[in-house]
Ligand binder design. Sequence first.
Ligand code: GLN
Length: 474
Amino acid sequence: MTTRRTAVDVAASVAAGELTASAVLEENLAAIDAREKDVHAFNVVTADRARERAAQIDADVKAGRNVGRLAGVTVALKDNMCTRGVATTCSSKILEGWIPPYDGTVVRRLADAGAVVVGKTNLDEFAMGSSTENSAFGPTRNPLDTSRVPGGSSGGSAAAVAAGFSTVSFGSDTGGSIRQPAALCGLVGVKPTYGMVSRQGLIAFGSSLDQIGPFTTTVADAALLMEIIAGHDPLDSTSLPQPAPALLPVLSQGVKGMRIGRITDMPEGSSPDVLARLDAAFDALQHAGATVVDVQMPSMSYGLTAYYLVAPAEASSNLARFDGVRYGLRVDAKDLNSMYGDTRAAGFGDEVKRRIMLGTYALSAGYYDAYYGKALKVRRLIADDFAKAYQRCDVILTPTSPTVAFKFGDKTSNPLAMYLCDVFTIPTNLAGHAAMSVPFGTGEAGLPVGVQVLAPALGEAPMFRVAAELERAV
Ligand code: GLN
């Protein structure tokens, strides 16, 4: 295992000239050489570009030029974030050979701040899944136990940080794809408030649900990265007209006087080791001066059902653009319609096809009201339940995932079992709220357990206060 460096330390040391960006990068590349063949976190490692970039930063430091708040911090990017000149595949065959002509806003903000991109990480195809087993390029393994999944869909990004391949990484979260893999790999993972972080250059899955967020080893690193990537972007019409929140200053504030919600009618099915850690988290916060209050979320268990109509509906529309003409793969055929059909049949994997069919069905005339329309009503109810709960508390705690990391193949034959992984994470996306997973000790087989801190829209500051307290307590 390589030494764990934090982004806060790397940036400070590199800017001060005490450590070079090149040295940090070479540590990561050595770790990649040693373990990537077992872990398969990356679709591509961009070593040459990274070396050039690191050398440039080191030269800037030497010359006394301004190097930014992330100088020399190595980052891995989920392979659904557009990177100029570097293939972006969504771990799908349908994007084979496509190279984006531009960087997404988050990618650009990271570069401007001095970060060094080491590569693009593996994911469940088009971010549909909870284990990274749905990648067209083969699964990613959990570096903590390679017989187990890293979670998903941002499994490659989680594995990259857990294996020491990069200081930090980024994923996208539509229904839990940052928080669940963070929990399963023992990392901090943040799903920002909808609209807080630009989606420009993120290949869309469910446009009303998707957000980009960081994976880190510490809460402070997550706060630093949020300060850099968040904030209004005129290129994303759903971007909130808000500056990035100041989060580093709240980390030392403690939780005295804060009200922490405990859901009394929480969906069942979590394993006892996970529930024991949740109890310990409530105790720790109480001990630190917070009050635990009971809240109800009667609609929480309907989140999954609503999500599996809304997300596939949006996906069926978003993925219509992959038609063999505009991007990537094209399978030649006798006429246009056969070319569309053959390209999509060859390019998309089973789970993506399942979602497109589900979504198309839910949106079709005659079924729209019964399925899609009904799901939107449930979405509203969930938001209403949260609104009621947040009258009584500042944040809510739940498990992030009902279990620790599971074994390969455990859930692949049963999509419904896989979907249940996200029972606690999905309601946040439906409501457009903020949430994060914080590692809080271990459960079965000594594997990490994550506690989820849920906050209302724009509740990042209280959320990070509580996360920092949990980190101190553990
Ligand atoms: N696991 C969920 C799904 O399969 C969530 C995925 C995500 O957040 N991208 O849709």
